[in-house]
Design a protein around this ligand. Structure first.
Ligand SMILES: [Zn+2]
Length: 509
C-alpha cells in the first residue's frame, strides 16, 4: 500500500517536473519588478498582519492568537498546516504549499516582550487598552514579512507552474526558550534545502555575522531553615551557597577566554533576614564563540555549584535547561541576497514618517538623523557578535541566510518602547514589506536556479563537514521549562532531579 502510493507520487513528480521544466528555466529570469510587484499585491495582508500581531503583543510560549492568525491566513491561501504545537511548543507550527523539491523554508516569529507596551506615538505612553507587553523587537513584523514572502512565492509558483515547496515555520517564543531549538531537535528542518529569515533593525544589511552560542543554566540550592537570631546553628543557608556559587563564577571569569560571557541573576534569595533561607536559585546565561566552548563552561559551572553545596552543607540541582548554537553564515546565499537587498533598497518615507523618526530620536536623546539612507555593504569578513539567536541551530542543519530591514530610526535599539512604537505604525510596516521582497527574490532564485542552490548547499556541506547536530536541550527536557504550569504535560521538576542523580558523574560532579 505504502509502496504503491510512493510510486504514484514519484510518477506524479516526474510528470510535474517534465511539464514545468521549461517554465522553471524561463522563470529564473523574472525581472526584479515582477518579484517586487508579487509582494506589493500582498502588501495589504502584510500590513494588516503586522498591526494585528502588534495589538495582540503576546508573550513567548502563549502567542495563541498570533499563531492562529498566521495559520488562518496561510490556510485561506492554500497552505496546509502540517503541524501545530510542534515539538512540544504549543504555539509553534509548520505550514506548507507546493510539492516536491526544492523545499525552501521561511521563518516567522510573533512573540512580544514584557513591559515594553506603548502607544504608537513618539513619547513614552502606556497603551490605552492596558496591554503592557510590546513588540520592541518587532517580531510582529517578522511574522507579517515572512508570511508576505510565503504568499508572494506561492502566487509565483502557481503562475509559473514551478515545482517546489514553500515551508513556513511558526517559530514561537524567540525571546525565551526559542521554539526553533525544540523544532531542530524534532528534525523538522532536516529536509529543507535552504532557509530564509529576517529581523527588524535600524539598518538595511544582511545578517551576515557569527552570533554567540549560549547555554542556560538553572541552579537551585536547598538548605535548612531556622530562626536566624535564636538558633542559626540549626540552619543551613541556601543563600550562602548562592553567594559562594556566584563568587566562584566571578573567579572563573578571570580564566576563560575573552570570547566568553558569564551572566547571572538571583531570582530567589530568601524571604526575610531573620529566617535562614532554605531555598535559593540562580539563573545563568553563558556565551562563547561556539558550542564546544559553551559546553566546556557548562561542566565548570556545574562543578562550582557542587562545590558551593559542599561548602554550605546544602543540596544543589544544576540543569543546563536550554541553549543555542552560534549562527553559521553562508556566503553564496549572502552574495545573492545582498544583490536583491540593493535592488529593493530601503523604503521611501513620507515627510510625516521622517518627522516621527526624528521625534523618536529626540525622545531617546540621539542625533536627529531620521531613518537610514543607504544599504550597508556586505562585509569582506564575517563579523562576530556577542548576542545569540535560535536561528543558530537551524543554520547548522540547513543553509540559512537572513536580512535586516530598517523599522526604527538610526541609533535606536530594539527592546525599547521607541521600537515598540515604530513597529506599530507605517515605518515598521514598510520595513516588513521590503523585507518580504528580499526574501521572495532570494526564495525564487533558490526555487528556480538549480546552479545557485547547488552552490549554496556545497558551501554548507563544506562548513559542516564532520559535524552532527546535537541538541543543546537535554533529553530529559520534553517541553519548554518556562511553559505556564497549567500548560505543562510533563512533571519536569521531578524528572530533572532524577536526571541530575543519573548524570551527575558523567558531567563532572
Ligand atoms: Zn528579535
Amino acid at each position: 500500500m505504502i509502496m504503491k502510493k510512493n510510486i504514484a507520487i514519484a510518477l506524479m513528480l516526474v510528470v510535474v517536473f517534465a511539464a514545468s521544466g521549461m517554465n522553471a528555466a524561463s522563470a529564473q529570469n523574472l525581472a526584479p519588478e515582477k518579484i517586487h510587484s508579487a509582494v506589493d499585491q500582498v502588501a495589504p495582508i502584510i500590513e494588516d498582519t503586522a498591526l494585528e500581531l502588534w495589538k495582540h503583543s503576546e508573550l513567548p510560549l502563549v502567542e495563541f492568537k498570533s499563531s492562529a492568525y498566521l495559520m488562518k491566513i496561510l490556510e485561506d491561501n492554500g497552505f496546509t498546516i502540517k503541524s501545530k504545537g510542534t515539538a512540544g511548543v504549543p504555539t509553534a507550527f509548520v505550514a506548507e504549499y507546493g510539492a516536491g523539491k526544492p523545499i525552501i523554508g521561511i521563518m516567522t516569529e510573533y512573540d512580544a516582550l514584557p513591559g515594553l507596551g506603548n502607544e504608537p506615538v513618539t513619547s513614552k505612553e502606556p497603551r490605552k487598552d492596558g496591554v503592557t507587553s510590546g513588540h520592541g523587537c518587532g517580531h510582529n513584523l517578522i511574522g507579517a514579512g515572512g508570511l508576505g514572502a510565503a504568499l508572494a512565492l506561492r502566487n509565483l509558483i502557481e503562475e509559473h507552474k514551478t515545482p517546489g515547496t514553500i515551508r513556513v515555520y511558526g517559530a514561537a517564543a524567540e525571546e525565551s526558550e526559542g521554539a526553533k531549538v525544540y523544532m531542530a531537535r524534532e528534525g523538522v528542518f532536516n529536509d529543507v534545502d535552504a532557509m530564509l529569515h529576517w529581523h527588524p533593525n535600524s539598518v538595511a544589511g544582511l545578517w551576515y555575522a557569527r552570533t554567540a552560542a549560549v547555554g542556560m543554566l538553572y541552579v537551585e540550592f536547598s538548605g535548612k531553615t531556622a530562626h536566624a537570631g535564636l538558633e542559626p546553628w540549626k540552619g543551613r543557608s541556601a543563600l550562602d551557597a548562592v553567594e559562594i556559587f556566584t563568587h566562584g563564577v566571578n573567579m572563573m571569569r578571570e580564566h576563560v577566554e575573552p570570547t566568553a560571557r558569564l551572566q547571572y541573576i538571583i531570582p530567589k534569595g530568601g524571604v526575610a533576614p531573620n529566617v535562614v533561607p532554605d531555598f535559593a536559585t540562580v539563573k545563568m546565561f553563558y556565551r562563547d564563540i561556539d558550542r564546544a566552548h559553551v559546553e566546556k563552561s557548562m561542566i565548570w559551572l556545574k562543578q562550582i555549584a557542587k562545590g558551593a553545596a559542599l561548602a554550605t552543607q546544602t543540596e544543589t540541582l544544576a540543569v543546563d535547561y536550554f541553549g543555542m548554537y552560534d549562527l553559521l553564515p553562508n556566503t553564496a546565499m549572502a552574495n545573492r541576497m545582498q544583490q536583491h537587498l540593493e535592488a529593493v533598497g530601503i523604503p521611501s518615507y513620507t515627510n510625516e514618517e521622517i518627522a516621527f523618526a526624528k521625534e523618536i530620536q529626540k525622545s531617546a536623546g540621539v542625533e536627529l538623523t531620521g531613518m537610514t539612507k543607504a544599504v550597508t555593504p556586505l562585509p569582506a569578513q564575517v563579523p562576530t557578535m556577542g548576542g545569540s539567536t535560535d536561528v543558530g541551530d537551524v543554520s547548522w542543519i540547513t543553509p540559512t541566510m537572513g536580512t535586516f530591514m530598517p523599522t526604527i530610526p538610526e541609533n535606536i535599539g530594539v527592546h525599547t518602547w521607541m521600537a515598540t512604537s515604530c513597529h506599530g505604525m507605517s515605518i515598521g510596516f514598510k520595513g516588513a514589506v521590503n523585507a518580504a521582497k528580499v526574501l521572495t527574490a532570494t526564495g525564487w532564485d533558490l526555487l528556480t536556479d538549480a546552479k545557485f542552490l547547488a552552490e549554496v548547499q556545497a558551501e554548507f556541506k563544506e562548513r559542516t563537514e564532520g559535524f552532527t547536530y546535537k541538541s543543546p536541550i537535554p533529553d530529559i527536557i520534553k517541553e519548554p521549562v518556562l511553559l505556564p504550569e497549567d500548560m505543562k504535560k510533563h512533571e519536569s521538576v521531578v524528572e530533572l532531579k532524577e536526571y541530575f542523580k543519573k548524570h551527575a558523574h558523567e558531567e563532572g560532579f
